[in-house]
Design a protein around this ligand. Structure first.
Ligand code: ATP
Length: 268
């Protein structure tokens, strides 16, 4: 189950060039997360400069958190485990504790490795007195496995969580994620860049007014912009397909009428 969610660095199909408009954030991630991995010897020398073992990406849905996590793994040459939290929270699945232990042990074997947990708040939300006993145990076990990584200076495993509800995260989890990055809704300039990136290799008109498109897509996430371009492309292809169908029918009709004309000649 876990192996199916694992990608080795060579097979990660996302890099920084697939992400537009987030240059400052990428630069910060490079300095805070990637450089300490690439130059481990220097950073791991002192307890104070240890590479972070927890990174939190927070912001609205569809704004690039998953892309950023994958591109970080790619640049730092790390394996990437995309941990589906439903596996750990599904009470019918049973054996969730063994599974959590297996995830950490696999990550340690593969290190350097990023364990990415999307919607991390759904699993590690603030603890309450009403927590199901199994849920409470799961959280405690997860945190103690995580602490194992934190206290081992030679270990290069990062738990990278993504959430659009950071306020729901357990405080103890927030403390374990000292490197926190906000991935915002794109501004007008960022939408312009994202649209250019999505369309750069597409057969578009030469005179697309990106400025105007960016200004009238206020409130669109990167994912919404991608969907907008996809729909526009599909409409265009559908139009072309309809025109071709019409032309085919006209050709068939004229062939038919030529054919019946020649049959008439034969009868004569
Ligand atoms: P969710 O919270 O819903 O999981 P997310 O923040 O993880 O969303 P992604 O899955 O990384 O968002 O992005 C979804 C899609 O939106 C990407 O596959 C890409 O097509 C597009 N996208 C989002 N942000 C950007 C960006 N900054 N540059 C280029 N494409 C983007």
């Amino acid at each position: 189950i876990i192996a199916s969610q694992l990608v080795v660095p060579d097979e990660i199909n996302v890099s920084w060039k697939d992400i537009a408009g987030l240059d400052n954030l990428i630069q910060e991630l490079r300095e805070t997360v990637i450089l300490p991995i690439q130059k481990r010897d220097l950073f791991a020398d002192s307890r104070l400069t240890q590479p972070p073992k927890g990174v939190l990406l927070h912001g609205p849905p569809g704004c690039g958190k998953t892309l950023i996590a994958k591109a970080t793994a790619k640049e730092a040459n790390m394996s990437f485990i995309n941990l589906d939290v439903s596996l750990l929270t599904d009470k019918w699945y049973g054996e969730t504790q063994k599974l959590a232990a297996a995830v950490f042990s696999l990550a340690v074997k593969l290190q350097p490795c990023i364990v990415f947990i999307d919607e991390i708040e759904s699993f590690l939300r603030t603890r309450t007195a009403h927590d199901h006993e199994a849920t409470a145990m799961m959280k405690t076990q997860f945190m103690s496995l995580w602490d194992g990584l934190i206290t081992d200076p030679s270990c290069t495993v990062i738990i990278m969580g993504a959430t659009n509800r950071p306020q729901d995260l357990d405080k103890a989890i927030q403390r374990r994620m000292p490197a926190t990055f906000h991935v915002p809704m794109p501004s007008e300039t960022q939408r312009d860049r994202i649209l250019r990136l999505i369309l750069h290799a597409e057969p578009t008109a030469q005179d697309i007014d990106y400025k105007r498109l960016a200004s009238c897509t206020e409130g669109f996430s990167g994912s919404d912009l991608h969907e907008l371009c996809r729909q526009a492309a599909v409409y265009r292809v559908r139009d072309l397909a309809r025109q071709e169908m019409k032309q085919d029918e006209q050709n068939k009709a004229s062939q038919k009428s030529n054919h019946s004309d020649s049959e008439d000649e034969y009868v004569d």
